[in-house]
Design a protein around this ligand. Structure first.
Ligand SMILES: Cc1cc2nc3c(=O)[nH]c(=O)nc-3n(C[C@H](O)[C@H](O)[C@H](O)COP(=O)(O)OP(=O)(O)OC[C@H]3O[C@@H](n4cnc5c(N)ncnc54)[C@H](O)[C@@H]3O)c2cc1C
Length: 328
């Protein structure tokens, strides 16, 4: 029997969280011929989720249905996942680095006496079959590759958006319904309140224009907003841009903000510190505009423009507004 890579599936308000599907896709890629990918699915009404999980790459679903599992609960879930892991001995357990995954993963790791590598931004097997768990370290000034050679299972959390959403393939797999005895309840569940939030526009945009502390004025941010709108893209920013109130926190890019993977990333007045760049390392093309030719961002940019953004952005706006004339 093949070892298994597990992905804990997060269901919120009747929907599978995108990060769970991203992790199924990554697990499928890691699994190759050597492992099976199993989705750990908990909740009440589970059938609607089977198809999307198989299509994303799961070989198998462990389905645990119980009305008490409708919402994540800290008194039930860690014991339940631990019980399951003890019985089926997976090689790896992956969870999204969400509020739920960040609570559940270390609790399960502690109960299983194994490690938990938090906030990974890459996962690979080395030729010896050791899982390489790559995380930003020292405030993202370095990337650390962590291995867990002695303990099983290997448990890791991964930020949403790090891995691409898998392309759905028409496939199916096995479903195993499990009736586990729930740990004794220590909380009285009264009500779940749905706070309406929309996913950050940054995550879905194929073009992102971002500004840093080099912008520094309302007029400058208006220009960036206009550029983003003309390109049909989204506007983001660095930590200082958020701290100064130019950009909402939800639009911050980097280690403590959003991880994005746009086709085109235009960084304006951004120095290129690791904590920021870790959020755009999967961008297909990076264009940097900075007046300091020694700014670190030029080391990572595909195209660099050295100059004052107040000169360059108006030229870009002008070009885009007149582009039909230019191409005529
Ligand atoms: C634990 C930790 C987590 C962090 N997480 C994040 C995170 O998630 N995201 C994040 O962004 N930061 C994060 N930071 C902060 C990060 O370290 C940097 O301080 C930040 O990214 C720098 O932002 P910046 O590039 O806007 O500013 P600066 O580093 O000040 O750079 C401004 C740049 O603008 C250029 N400039 C100035 N005027 C102009 C002009 N007129 N035209 C063109 N260019 C101009 C300058 O040459 C300079 O290169 C974190 C820090 C820590 C310690």
């Amino acid at each position: 029997m093949k070892s298994e890579i597990w992905v804990f599936i997060e269901i919120r308000w009747g929907k599978i969280m995108e990060v769970s599907l991203e992790l199924i896709g990554k697990a499928r890629e890691l699994a190759s011929q050597d492992y099976e990918v199993a989705a750990i699915l908990t909740g009440d009404n589970l059938e609607p989720f089977f198809c999307p999980l198989f299509e994303a790459g799961a070989d198998k679903i462990y389905a645990i249905a119980h009305p008490a599992l409708t919402c994540y609960r800290n008194d039930l879930y860690p014991g339940l996942v631990t019980q399951l892991a003890k019985e089926y001995q997976p090689a790896v357990i992956l969870m999204g680095a969400t509020v739920v995954g960040r609570d559940l993963a270390p609790a399960v790791a502690a109960l299983l006496n194994t490690g938990c590598i938090a906030d990974c931004c890459q996962l690979n097997f080395d030729p010896q079959g050791e899982l390489l768990q790559i995380v930003p370290a020292f405030g993202a000034h370095a990337m650390a590759t962590i291995i867990t050679p002695k303990h099983r299972p290997k448990i890791a959390t991964i930020r949403p958006g790090v891995f691409p959403k898998p392309k759905n393939a028409s496939r199916t797999g096995k479903i195993e319904y499990l009736s586990l005895s729930l740990p004794s309840e220590r909380l009285i569940f009264q009500e779940a309140i749905h706070e309406a939030t929309s996913p950050s526009s940054l995550i879905v945009a194929s073009i992102v224009v971002a500004g840093g502390s080099g912008i520094g004025s309302r007029g400058g941010w208006d220009m960036l907003q206009e550029l983003a709108a003309l390109l049909n893209g989204a506007l983001g920013g660095t930590r200082p841009a958020v701290d100064d109130g130019w950009v909402p926190e939800s639009q911050m890019i980097g280690q403590s903000g959003q991880i994005i993977r746009p086709d085109l990333y235009i960084a304006v007045g951004i120095s290129g510190d690791m904590q920021h760049m870790v959020g755009v390392q999967e961008a297909k093309v990076i264009v940097a505009i900075n007046k300091d030719k020694r700014a670190p961002i030029f080391q990572q940019a595909d195209y660099g423009i050295v100059g004052d953004y107040k000169v360059i952005i108006p030229l870009m706006l002008n070009f885009l507004k007149n582009k039909e004339e230019v191409f005529r």
